[in-house]
Design a protein around this ligand. Structure first.
Ligand SMILES: C[S@@+](CC[C@H](N)C(=O)[O-])C[C@H]1O[C@@H](n2cnc3c(N)ncnc32)[C@H](O)[C@@H]1O
Length: 281
């Protein structure tokens, strides 16, 4: 597979992160975010399918989410596709025990899906944590994924928010990046990362409509506490985050507040990430 220069930047960025990527679980902010993502994924989507449902983790990286789904839904079968051999090698290492016969990892580009993936049909396809932000043409990539869904299947995206990126960059003194976010709908969060395409809830809803997967769930989280620079790093917790989430009681209270807001019709625009479920017609 030959890669464009933008893809080479993405590959080298994740090569630098891969060794400690899964340690994100140790940062309290991401534990909050992951708890909300898992509850929303399972409650609003996975629980509604037959136990033997099939899923594709698109841009699945090290397999954090694919393995969680396989472990929690022991009859489910999962595929994971990712551009990065480095990330994929970690995911492949998790094809163990009870997962081994139910988990397939494939190297491939979401903008030009490989035959091993296009030959399958899925009940659920999800892409989490900035994946569609790295793509040249997210609409076409989502269209390609939607084509692989069984009728009634779910296409789920967790996408970086234009509004959050603008706020985050200003909060970190990065005026140029905040301006670029608004001007180009593209920005970095830190030095050295490839620029990410950014989204609004309205745009995602329109994209989903256009590809024949009208949105059934639109939300965003975390929506009442935002990460600091420290949360973009592989370890550490920012002072403002520590102050609020640093005790078990604080964590639980914020989690309950977030849970209380997850169904609010306009909360998506406040989320650090925007979460969308569309159902294929
Ligand atoms: C921030 S990671 C998220 C990984 C995983 N979804 C998660 O939530 O843990 C983004 C992933 O997108 C993958 N990616 C970026 N561009 C891609 C493309 N064009 N095709 C497939 N995967 C891509 C990267 O290799 C990386 O593993």
């Amino acid at each position: 597979m030959s890669n464009s220069s933008a893809e080479i930047d993405v590959l080298s960025y994740f090569r630098g992160k891969v060794d400690r990527y899964d340690e994100v679980d140790q940062q309290v902010y991401w534990r909050l975010s992951d708890t909300l993502l898992w509850e929303t994924l399972s409650g609003k989507s996975l629980d509604s399918f037959e136990p033997g449902f099939s899923f594709l983790d698109a841009g699945g990286g090290t397999g954090r989410w694919a393995t969680r789904v396989l472990d929690s839904y022991p009859q489910a079968r999962g595929w994971l596709v990712d551009l990065s051999e480095d990330m994929l090698a970690v995911a492949e290492g998790k094809r163990t025990g009870d997962r081994a016969g139910r988990f397939t990892t494939v190297r491939g580009d979401l903008e030009k899906l490989p035959d091993e993936i296009t030959g399958q049909r899925f009940d659920v396809i999800f892409n989490f944590h900035n994946v569609i932000g790295f793509l040249d043409d997210p609409l076409e990539a989502l269209r390609g994924l939607a084509a692989l869904l069984n009728p009634g299947g779910h296409l789920i995206t967790l996408a970086p928010s234009l509004y959050h990126s603008t706020y985050f960059n200003l909060a970190n003194g990065r005026f140029d990046e905040a301006e670029r976010a608004v001007r180009e709908q593209r920005a970095t969060f830190t030095e050295g990362m490839p620029p990410l395409r950014l989204f609004t809830p309205h745009q995602l809803t329109g994209m989903y409509e256009e590809i024949g997967c009208p949105v059934e769930v639109l939300t965003g989280f975390p929506s009442v506490i935002y990460p600091t620079f420290q949360e973009t790093q592989i370890e550490g917790t920012g002072q403002s985050v520590e102050k609020i989430l640093g005790t078990p009681e604080g964590f639980q209270r914020v989690l309950d507040i977030e849970r209380g807001l997850v169904d609010a019709p306009d909360v998506a625009a406040r989320g650090n990430n925007i979460f969308v479920v569309g159902r294929k017609r």
